[in-house]
Write a protein that binds this ligand. Structure first.
Ligand code: HEM
Length: 183
């Protein structure tokens, strides 16, 4: 009887940990390509080599030997952001911005706990944010060597969006992703 109880307890713990510890890992593998995207705020069908669909945001990625390009799409009109190097805000290199009328503002921040502040090591090469019909598109490219270390098999990415045209309001959606890399 006691054995049975222990066995049931063990099974329950195993089931629970498989639910809670599961990392959201990308289905596809990010391969190197030769031509990268136009950073123009328009994301064409099959433009990027990888597409990750989440509940409220789209993430597009491509890479060559020098650059990693990203595209983000959200059904919101406030800030939009991507972060590299961590599955949480803490220690993530965050690129956050918004478009408001004729102005576009983009900043690079370092995540510290659940806050973020100006990064001293910018990695962004090029970026654009465009709003259209209730949606926001954020496209950019970063130096690959800053986000992919030699021999790494996956990269940690966080994405988020908020309702305000600012850098401080809380997100209405956020997600952590482990993106698998091809050798
Ligand atoms: C703009 C100011 C921000 C505030 C005030 C803020 C605040 C918070 C707070 C309080 C949490 C814990 C509660 C929760 O799970 O929702 C959290 C979690 C999270 N946030 Fe933020 N956040 C901000 C910006 C960002 C940005 C720019 C990103 C992505 C680039 C992001 C991604 C995440 C993720 C992935 C989590 C869950 C993992 C973790 O706990 O770090 N946040 N945020």
């Amino acid at each position: 009887m006691q054995r049975k109880v222990i066995l049931i307890f063990f099974l329950l713990v195993t089931m629970l940990s498989s639910f809670t510890c599961k990392k959201p890992v990308s289905k596809d593998v990010l391969k190197q390509t030769e031509t990268l995207q136009n950073i123009d705020g328009v994301i064409g069908k099959s433009e990027y080599s990888m597409t990750v669909e989440t509940e409220k945001m789209m993430l597009y990625l491509s890479r060559d030997s020098k650059e990693l390009t990203f595209g983000l799409g959200s059904q919101t009109m406030g800030w939009i952001a991507i972060g590299f190097g961590s599955m949480s805000m803490d220690k993530s290199h965050i690129i956050i911005g918004y478009s408001a009328g004729d102005t576009m503002a983009i900043k690079e921040h370092n995540g510290m706990g659940h806050r973020h502040q100006s990064a001293e090591n910018p990695i962004l090469i090029n970026a654009i944010i465009k709003e259209n019909d209730g949606t926001t598109i954020f496209e950019g490219s970063v130096r690959a060597e800053e986000v992919i270390q030699p021999g790494q098999s996956s990269i940690s990415i966080i994405i988020a969006c908020g309702a305000g045209d600012d850098f401080a309001s809380r997100h209405i959606f956020r997600k952590s992703l482990a993106v698998m890399l091809a050798e």
